[in-house]
Structures are given as structure tokens and as C-alpha cells.
Design a protein. Sequence first.
Length: 289
Amino acid sequence: MKASDRTSIEELKNRPGREKVSVIVTTYNEEANIAGCLESVVWADEVLLVDSYSTDRTLEIAAGFDVKVLQREYFGSAAQKNWSIDRVSHDWVLIIDADERVPPPLAAEILRTLSEPQQVNGFYIRRENIFIDQVVRHSGWSTDKVVRLFRRGKGRYPNRRVHADLEIEGPVPVLRNPFTHHTFRSFDQYFPKFLNYAEWGAAQAFRDGREAGVTELAGRPLWRFVRTYVVQLGFLDGKHGLVLCLLQSFGVFLKYARLWEYNIRSRRGEAVHLPAFDDDEQTWRRPGN
């Protein structure tokens, strides 16, 4: 961070009447990411790191920062974040993934926003997604935004293993400055996450009683590629766009192929062992309800 940025952020942080903010970071084996992530939120009033029993140097690196560390078994992003929300100290919460960064302009905008009376309960934050050293400008990724800054008692994730969006009471405006999201550094880094998302998506669909026919196995992957590469202009990102759109299509195929297999095994009478889900009602209940 530049000295001028640091000075500006410190001035905003010390403004009288500013609402304090807690940052939540959830981790599992994020030694390659965690230092950069935590460095980008040193301006926050509290940082809570919730780790799923990492076996690499994640916690060792995090120990060099002013963070509170808790550990909990991982039942999916939504469950982990809801559990974390209940354990922060301040009324405003910022959630950031380990592969995301809060650039100084976004940090300053958050502090400036929380220095003024707010009539809303949350804000969308756009993401600038980086795929193997290149910012993705098309294929739907350029419009990516997530609700991550919100009042603690006014936001909750729904009970889903994957693709759960924070639900906020009332209108949700969009902040001007984006996160930086290092989503894909290499295949070595990305493939475990890629396979996990396909597995978790299939498990969620199986729990919901869904089936996988020809439409799901062939039509959905094909449409994902056509939509992202052609309709959403992924081809304009060159070879990066081609690889990305093909990977997204393949991920959809893997999800439904796995669901297809689950249903066949279930009809055989086999026990289908799914990833663990958090069925504790307290995880999904909004505080005060």
C-alpha cells in the first residue's frame, strides 16, 4: 500500500462517529493467499479468521497479523460464514475470501460509507476477476458482484452447500470500487476447488431430490458454453476466455454426471455418502428470530 493511501485510510478510520467494521475470512490451506488477503484488511477494526483445520502454513502466516483465529469443520461456505457472523464484535461486517483483496480505493470507500448515516442494511461489491494473470472482461465475469458489506443482524446465508448468496433486508446498492479476486492462478491450485464445487453441487441437488437426464448432462453444459463464450462475448478474452468458458461448461457436466451416478446408486439400494451438511437450525436462523 502506498504511503499516501495509508494516510488517507488512517484519516478515514479515525473519523468521529464512524461505524466499526469486522472482517471475516474463512480459510483452508490458503498459505499462498492469506498474507496478501490479511494485508489488504489491516485497516479493519476486527479481523476474524475461521479456519477449517488447515494442514499447511495458513495459521502460521496468519499469526503475524492482528487477527482472531477460530477453527471449525467445513460444511460449505454458507454455513461457515453464518457461524462466523455470530462471533464478530461489531454491527457492520465485511466478508472476504482468502483469494480476494480489498484495494485501497475500496477500503477508503468502505470507511467513508460507514462514516455517514446509512438507510440501507448492505452493499454489493463488484469483483475484478483475474484468471491466470489476466483480468476477465467478458463471459459474465465482468458483471460479477456479491453482497459482502452488511449489518450483522440484517443478513444471512440460505441453507445451501454451494452458490448461496447473502440475503439482506431491504434495497442493496452497489459500491463503486471492486474487490480484486485471484480466482485461478494455476491448474494445480484451481482443480481441487473445481472438483469440490462439482461434488458439492451434485450433493445439494441430490438432497433436493433432483434427477439428471439428457437435458442436464448434455444441454446444460452446452448452453453454459454458448452463453458465456458467445452471448456474453467470452471469445473477446482470447485464449483465456476459451479455456475459462470450456472449464465452466465442464464443471456443469461433472456436477450432473455425479448427480446421475448418485441416483443410480440410490436406486440400487446403496448408501450414498454425501459431503457433510450443517443441519443445525441455529446456523441458519437470523439473530433475533
